[in-house]
Write a protein that binds this ligand. Structure first.
Ligand code: KIV
Ligand code: ZN
Length: 507
């Protein structure tokens, strides 16, 4: 019996248009130098084609395509042009230093564009497409043609245009969902119909270009791949006109992660460069990445829920379908917050250097939950402060019950402190130079211990408005110099805790 040969993998060409369609996003404009910096990173990422700009659009766009063409050697550099001689000449001129170059020409084919944008009949459009392709092909061997608004075009007319431009030498036929109107099954049918109805379609590669107006750009692109498209247009972080374009990182990781569904395909992308590329584009365009953005958002590999954290610590794949390292993110993040559990807390305490018994962890866990209700996120330094509390003397002579301070401009600050001492709740009040001084004087009235404050230092443990304050004090009492520490989200409370901690150490 003859052994069945393994089918060779088909390549998905990644066409990145961050520097052209992505840069068309309102507010995203980049200088030529910034574009070059991104182009270097795209080359490292392994994109096959970099659409570097629309050279006729402005002298800056021309300059950027020219600069990128001179410097980038591995990826092919592409310039966009309308079906106009001056556009194609500008594209060709800007690309002339490129090692590999491509001219991308486009012309709308939908009825609505023909009627309102061009006021032209179908035959005129067909003729323009034919002439432009021929002209571009004479200047560059690699020509891509896009029938703009293809997904809203009459299919028969679309087939005629596609057949014509392939006859004139277009190597790639890109099908744009220009206004992000389609849904996945529809895109699948359109690509299938093009493959079945354009007689010379096998002479060209079919590409897909989707916009995200209805949030379906990536799903539509993947659907096109399933129907036989072998080039995807995409942008880093999905930036682009209006709601943006299909995001490169999402398409690439979907194809990589779901090899069971997208069989026998390969790409030249170095996925470990994804996070770096995403950060670079975000910082140069000023477009912040939403925390919940797939693949590259700050929360994409972060877990706060106790159930998820516990499972992740046992086996990462319980709640993660990708390895963060594969996209260049160091590791999954266990975020400690109010939904976190004991397991994650104990692990993190160990990481910051505290190994406690189960009983101690139970006590810290209670304090942790109280703190987590006050703070959005608990950082390592917050944990250290909690853990340090555990290392204080076990038997507290003086234990804080509550503090109250009143300050008003022009009036001497007033404080009231309640302390538990030898099983009794004792209360005192005082005025002082400030609310902390008033509290300390009230405490002195309760303890009857003569003290002198040598040092007082307040630090914010972490960042943010909800950060904890940590106070360190040094006092002289009963002939001893002792120090004390206290932390809380309330500065007054941390000050009082630190003072009492010192007094407890005096004994
Ligand atoms: O969205 C679109 O149709 C385009 C074309 C220029 C391909 O960006
Ligand atoms: Zn577009």
């Amino acid at each position: 019996m003859k052994k069945k040969g393994k089918k060779a993998k088909e390549k998905i060409i990644v066409f990145d248009t961050t520097l052209r369609d992505g840069e068309q996003a309102p507010g995203a404009s980049l200088t030529s130098e910034q574009k070059l910096e991104i182009a270097y990173q795209l080359e490292k990422l392994g994109v096959d084609v970099i659409e570097a700009g629309f050279p006729i659009a402005s002298p800056d766009d021309f300059k950027a395509v020219d600069l990128i063409s001179r410097k980038i050697k591995k990826s092919s550099i592409c310039g966009l042009a309308r079906c106009l001689t001056k556009d194609i000449e500008a594209a060709s001129e800007s690309l002339k230093r490129a090692k590999h170059s491509r001219i991308h020409i486009f012309l709308a084919t939908s009825k609505i564009h023909l009627k309102y944008k061009f006021k032209k009949a179908e035959d005129e459009i067909l003729n323009l497409a034919k002439k432009a392709t021929k002209f571009a092909r004479n200047l560059c061997p690699d020509v891509e043609f896009s029938p703009e608004d293809a997904t809203r075009s009459q299919k028969d007319f679309l087939y005629r245009v596609v057949e014509t431009v392939i006859k004139e030498g277009a190597r790639t036929i890109n099908i744009p969902d220009t206004v992000g109107y389609s849904y996945p099954q529809e895109v699948h049918s359109l690509i299938t119909d093009i493959r079945n109805n354009v007689p010379n379609i096998n002479k060209a590669t079919i590409a897909i270009h989707c916009h995200d107006d209805l949030g379906m750009a990536v799903a539509n692109s993947l659907s096109a791949v399933l129907a036989g498209a072998r080039q995807v247009h995409c942008t880093i972080n999905g930036i682009g006109e209006r709601a943006g374009n299909a995001s490169l990182e999402e398409i690439v990781m979907a194809l990589n992660t779901r090899k069971d569904a997208f069989k026998n395909l390969k790409m030249g992308i170095e996925t470990k460069e994804i996070a770096r590329t995403s950060r670079l584009v975000s910082s140069l365009t000023g477009f912040i990445i939403p925390p919940n953005k797939a693949i590259v958002g700050k929360n994409a590999f972060a877990h706060e829920s106790g159930i998820h954290q516990d499972a992740i610590l046992k086996k990462r794949s319980t709640y993660e379908i990708m390895n963060p390292k594969d996209v260049g993110i160091d590791k999954s993040q266990i975020v400690l917050g109010k939904h976190s559990g004991r397991h994650a807390l104990a692990k993190r305490l160990e990481k910051v250097g505290f190994k406690f018994s189960k009983e101690r962890i139970a006590i810290i866990f209670k304090q942790f939950k109280v703190l987590a209700d006050k703070k959005k996120e608990i950082f390592d330094d917050d944990l250290i402060a909690l853990a340090e509390e555990q290392t204080k003397p076990k038997v507290k002579i003086y234990d804080l019950i509550s503090t109250k301070a009143i300050t008003e401009t022009g009036v001497e600050p007033y404080a009231e402190v309640k302390i538990k001492h030898k099983g009794r709740i004792r209360k005192a009040e005082s005025t002082g130079d400030g609310p902390v001084d008033a509290c300390y004087k009230a405490i002195d009235k309760i303890t009857g211990v003569k003290t002198k404050l040598l040092n007082y230092k307040l630090d914010a443990i972490t960042i943010g408005k909800d950060a904890q304050g940590r106070v360190k004090v040094e006092i002289i009492a009963k002939g001893k110099i002792v120090s004390g520490r206290g932390s809380s989200t309330d500065i007054l409370e941390s000050s009082v805790k630190a003072y009492l901690d010192a007094l407890n150490r005096v004994g």
